[in-house]
Design a protein around this ligand. Structure first.
Ligand code: AMP
Ligand code: GLY
Length: 424
């Protein structure tokens, strides 16, 4: 069987690693892939957003299954293109992907369908948005509706901060087109959880939930990033079955609107005093959550089977999923990440440590074949252990052995879990 993975980040490396580990006989192709994925299969220099090039690649190489990692090709309609050409692909259509690509669409859907989420209004005019901010009161959140790589969310402590954010997005060009429509949203507080559901549009299976760490620095300080680390499993004391009810209601609402969602639905939930509320939906696997999940994911039937079934338009079989052990993933980020990550620093990884997988995110080979930094989140060190402490210790040792100039990393991934375990 030949599988094409679209994308070239840590998430795609983790998916490739899992598929290849479960089924060593499969032939992997990645577009564009990265030096880590190149150890598992063939990387072809076609960009993840080159839909025409990807379709040709899938057809010329008789690919049996295409798996899409990032949101960009989904937002461009890669699934619609492949389906029209009769090529099996795992992911949602462009219309279904709007659950991520338009926060305005997602918010209206949730409010209409009674799915718990923060109150919010959608605006395109500065004056009306400022008025909405005044009725909500501070703190509040101003969000760009479109795709902004996780950076389009501004938490405003005062009305003045909200006014500035609104002016920059609607009046100016901060976040470009993505910010020309905004959500003025109620501020929520609580612990966050990333829940992944594999779905055929109707039936679904949720995978073990994870916790991401979005801030750059320890103790959740510093700027927001795409994610500096994640762990699994999370033992939050959450209302039983509520996450599943949210997924179910969302899939139903999408079907009712003629946009059945197939592939991987990611619900970003916050456990508030009133139970779970949706912070956001994504139309794809999370990064770096996938790097934490894949090394411990035990799913029956296996991931390849589930993805193939969904890609072919068949119904999902009864499925059981659990985490086998604890995994802690620490992202090693480039100098100056998240603002303007520096590229070209030479990386030394050293030898493999037991129980540790190092996934490549932003790496490349230079003209001399040396591994160098080529993106913000360079590597993800995923360490598996019997306990959280075990996994953390292994991960820290492995990360200590990796070198590149200007490396930034957190040393406290999983701190909330440890605080919970010690009763603090
Ligand atoms: P999003 O891109 O919508 O997931 O937002 C990024 C991050 O901003 C989330 O993971 C939260 O930490 C934070 N955030 C988003 N919306 C809210 C909200 N309504 N209240 C508090 N924090 C929020
Ligand atoms: N880790 C957050 C995301 O993938 O959107």
């Amino acid at each position: 069987m030949r599988v094409l993975i679209v994308g070239g980040g840590g998430r795609e490396h983790a998916l490739a690693w899992k598929l290849k580990t479960d089924s060593p006989s499969i032939e992997l192709i990645a577009a564009p892939g990265n030096p880590g994925i190149a150890e598992l299969g063939e990387c072809v220099a076609v960009a993840a957003t080159d839909l025409e090039g990807l379709q040709q690649l899938a057809r010329n190489r008789a690919v049996d299954l295409t798996v899409v990692g990032p949101e960009a090709p989904l937002s461009l309609g890669i699934v619609d293109h492949f389906r029209a050409a009769g090529l099996p692909i795992f992911g949602p259509t462009r219309a279904a992907a709007e659950i991520e690509t338009s926060k305005a669409f997602a918010k209206r859907l949730m409010l209409d369908a009674g799915i718990p989420t923060a109150r919010a209004e959608v605006h395109t005019e500065v004056g009306a948005a400022k008025a909405a901010a005044r009725t909500l009161g501070s703190p509040m959140v101003i969000k760009a509706s479109g795709l902004a790589s996780g950076k389009g969310v501004i938490i405003c402590r005062t009305i003045q901060e909200a006014d500035t954010a609104i002016e920059e997005m609607l009046g100016g060009d901060r976040f470009g087109e993505a910010g020309h429509e905004v959500l003025v949203e109620e501020f929520m507080s609580g612990e966050e959880l990333s829940v992944f559901a594999i779905t055929d549009g109707e039936r679904f299976v949720t995978l073990p939930a994870l916790q991401d760490h979005k801030r750059l620095l320890d103790q959740d300080r510093g700027p927001n990033t795409g994610g500096m680390g994640a762990y699994v499993p999370v033992t939050l004391d959450a209302p039983s079955g509520q996450a599943e009810r949210i997924i179910d209601a969302t899939l139903t609402a999408l079907r009712e609107r003629g946009r059945p969602f197939t592939g991987l639905l990611y619900a970003g939930l916050m456990l508030t005093r009133d139970g779970f509320k949706v912070v956001e939906f994504n139309c794809r696997f999370g990064d770096p959550e996938t790097q934490a999940l894949m090394p411990v994911l035990d799913v029956e039937p296996d991931l390849l089977t589930l993805m193939t079934v969904v890609a072919r338009g068949d119904g999902l079989p009864p499925t059981r999923a659990r985490a086998q052990g604890v995994c802690v993933t620490t992202v090693l980020a480039a100098a100056n990440y998240p603002e303007t990550p520096r590229m070209g620093d030479v990386i030394s990884i050293g030898s493999a440590a037991p129980g540790v997988v190092v996934f490549h995110g932003g790496t490349a080979r230079d003209a001399d074949g040396q591994l160098v930094t080529a993106g913000g989140r360079v590597l993800a060190v995923s360490a598996v252990g019997a306990t959280m402490m075990d996994a953390r210790r292994r991960g820290a040792e492995a990360a200590d052995a990796i070198r590149f100039a200007g490396m930034q990393r957190r040393s406290d991934i999983g701190w909330r879990e440890i605080a919970r375990a010690s009763g603090n």
